[in-house]
Ligand binder design. Structure first.
Ligand code: SF4
Ligand code: SF4
Ligand code: SF4
Length: 270
């Protein structure tokens, strides 16, 4: 058995129900031996991450719920000197509140920052996959049940094969084989607005040619003078603009790390 989560960014509207449901399940509730109570403040075993790209007025926001990845090669488990962390047969990774001595080695080893220290109890804590529910007849963790748009799916990896196909994981470079998969995570964008400073009018129908690393993209400015290049990767780009009646314009280098709004771009008359 190999359980997995699949999170579809295109379906997530940032309602925070999953985050609240996780809190409702674990704050003040003692589910030992699975998990001791989560404190009222300071811990988010599931945290909805808001990602803001671009600058006003060309801004795009999306949401990615973040939780323990129940990694196939769990760095936390390998780092624990007390052998207090186990991977169950169903692949969920759990920290034993009884065996944990609160040394913090697992928190330091996890590159995702999803382990929290409970100073009062002197233990480390994180998402349990709601194993206490799964072992007692429930089929879904609370976060999954709470999602109104079915943006979070949970189950046997084999049953989710179609959803997992083409999905990505959080920071794949860790090599830890995360078991939380993300679909439809938007790439970054490069956008801007062309205008004629003499007539104080936007320029519609201009051809914008973007290139980077031998790849090319083309866009035409719309009735607002806007051009958008979407689903781009991080990198350095060059933009060439051709508009009838105007001199060609080159903008480079454009360093795209987290989307770029080039703002209002004046064109000179030819
Ligand atoms: S995400 Fe971090 S805490 Fe969760 S299993 Fe992986 S290494 Fe451990
Ligand atoms: S599986 Fe349970 S503990 Fe984990 S994030 Fe979801 S609600 Fe929280
Ligand atoms: S409950 Fe669903 S839609 Fe709402 S924030 Fe969580 S994943 Fe997104």
């Amino acid at each position: 058995m190999a359980l997995a989560f699949v999170i579809d960014a295109a379906k997530c509207n940032g309602c925070y129900n999953c985050q609240i449901a996780c809190k409702d399940e674990h704050v003040g509730n003692d589910w030992r031996p699975y998990a001791a109570p989560q404190p009222e403040v300071g811990q988010f075993w599931l945290r909805v991450e808001e990602q803001v790209m671009g600058t006003i007025p060309k801004v795009r926001i999306h949401y990615l719920p973040r939780l323990c990845n129940h990694c196939g090669r769990a760095a936390c488990l390998e780092a624990c000197p007390e052998k207090a962390i186990e991977r169950r047969e169903d692949s969920l990774v759990l920290i034993s509140p009884e065996k944990c001595t609160g040394c913090g080695a697992c928190r330091d080893a996890c590159p995702y920052g999803v382990i929290y220290m409970n100073a009062e109890l002197g233990i480390a804590q994180k998402c349990t996959g709601c194993a206490h529910l799964l072992d007692h007849g429930r089929t879904m963790p609370r976060c999954v049940e709470a999602c109104p748009t079915e943006a979070i799916q949970f189950g046997e990896e084999a049953d989710l094969a179609d959803e997992i196909d083409g999905a990505e994981v959080w920071q794949p470079e860790t090599g830890l084989h995360p078991r939380v998969f993300y679909r439809n995570v938007p790439g970054t964008f490069i956008a801007g607005t062309l205008y004629d400073p003499e007539k104080k009018l936007i320029v519609e129908g201009a051809r914008c040619l973007l290139s980077s690393g031998g790849k090319n993209w083309e866009a035409v400015t719309d009735s607002f003078g806007d051009f958008w290049f979407r689903d781009l990767r991080h990198g350095v780009y060059e933009l060439l603009i051709h508009a009838e009646g105007f001199a060609p314009k080159r903008i480079a280098p454009i360093r795209n790390k987290n989307s770029v709004n080039l703002g209002d771009i004046p064109l000179e008359r030819a």
